[in-house]
Design a protein around this ligand. Structure first.
Ligand code: SF4
Length: 391
């Protein structure tokens, strides 16, 4: 898809024309990933975080938040429940928590892989190469790390680096798509490391960040395609009152008429365009979209390009404390209620529940093209990095 087409769709306001986009995305989803909807059991294992992301309620600066870290046994209980519910994947998500050490996480991953048949997806923030390699050796299958925005300045503004790290995206045109300075802890470099280690690689962006323009968002969608992502998650920016971004007085504005709005239609446009940019990727209908529209946000996402939903299996007492943004959808339901509700919604759309692990067709295709080595799943031959060499 040409850039001008992406921009035109992002700016389109005619409901009749937008029906064409929804149809095109839905047809593409059916053609490349089929009618199944895969459910992933989400475990939010810790809300500790050392980072200061400007939009996130888990940021280290939010001293009002009560912090928790689940024990390994609690995580295992949740994983067993996910198996009971018929989920083929468990997603271990947390803030950037240094006490989720390399050793602790690899032990946990090994236990889940030994005791359940599920795929394991990690979403633990920006982590060191040796940790990512060790967790892959332990059996982790997938890793999610959203780059949030490809606009370098905006990224830097909302992701202040830790004192000991520089966390910036490379500028457009600087070297390879992924990497400009390999030793810089930047998210695109980490995505490349994940790819080299044989993970299924997921990333994504936020929609409607204050200061984000239509051009920025078109860049993000183009970058999804260039990165050849296996999973792409996109969701609206939702204001958390205890974050710097909630106070717009000192925040640079986008030029008049260029600010991306935060609404359901814009989110659906990005889901649909992402499906066109990455036809074989697994794309979730996110909780953030369901929060914007609690009545049928998830259904709209699924009807406009998405094929994955991530029901929460975290115990309720912790779930309420994993507050990246307030008033999150599906916070009060038990895991069982959540599952029942989602199945009803999926079946009402005429779609069916996915079975098995639900690996990304994009990953499967790349693995087949790469042969038995890179990307061949947890039992694949060690990659260069897994043999201890630098890429
Ligand atoms: S977005 Fe992630 S890394 Fe940033 S503050 Fe929130 S939990 Fe931490």
């Amino acid at each position: 898809m040409r850039r001008s087409e992406i921009l035109n769709w992002l700016r389109e306001t005619d409901a009749g024309r937008l029906e064409e986009l929804w149809r095109l995305a839905d047809r593409t989803r059916q053609q490349y990933v089929g009618g199944e909807v895969h459910l992933r059991g989400l475990i939010e294992l810790s809300n500790h975080c050392v980072r200061l992301c400007g939009y996130c309620g888990l940021r280290a600066g939010n001293t009002a938040l009560q912090r928790y870290r689940m024990s390994d046994d609690e995580v295992l209980d949740c994983a067993r429940r996910a198996v009971e519910y018929g989920y083929g994947t468990v997603v271990l998500q947390s803030g950037e928590d240094p006490l989720l050490t390399r050793e602790r996480m690899s032990g946990l991953i090994r236990r889940i892989k030994a005791e359940t048949p599920m795929a394991v997806t990690l979403s633990l923030g920006e982590r060191a190469d040796d940790e990512l390699a060790e967790w892959r050796r332990a059996g982790a299958d997938r890793y999610l790390l959203r780059f949030e925005t490809s606009n370098r300045e905006l990224f830097a503004r909302i992701h202040p680096p830790r004192a000991d790290q520089i966390s910036l995206l490379p500028q457009a045109g600087e070297g390879s798509v992924f990497r400009t300075a390999a030793k810089r802890n930047n998210r695109l470099a980490i995505l490349e490391t994940l790819r080299d280690l044989g993970y299924e690689v997921g990333s994504g962006a936020m929609i409607g960040i204050p200061g984000q323009t239509y051009d920025d968002l078109a860049d993000d969608i183009e970058l999804f395609g260039r990165l050849d992502l296996d999973m792409v998650g996109v969701g609206p920016y939702l204001r958390h009152p205890k974050t710097p971004l909630a106070d717009r007085r000192n925040w640079p504005e986008a030029p008049e008429g260029e600010q991306v709005p935060v609404d359901e239609t814009m989110t659906c446009k990005v889901v649909a365009l992402t499906r066109l940019a990455c036809p074989r990727a697994n794309i979730p209908a996110t909780t953030a979209l369901a929060t914007l529209n609690t009545a049928n946000g998830r259904e709209l996402g699924l009807a406009r390009g998405a094929n994955v939903v991530m029901p929460n299996v975290t115990p309720k007492k912790y779930r309420i404390l994993y507050e990246i943004y307030p008033d999150k959808a599906c916070i009060a339901e038990t895991g069982r209620e959540c599952r029942r509700c989602l199945i009803e919604r999926i079946e009402a759309l005429g779609r069916r529940l996915g079975s098995g692990r639900g690996d990304s067709p994009n990953y499967q295709q790349r693995s087949a093209a790469d042969g038995a080595g890179r990307g061949g799943g947890p039992t694949a031959a060690p990659t260069r990095e897994m043999r201890g060499k630098k890429c």
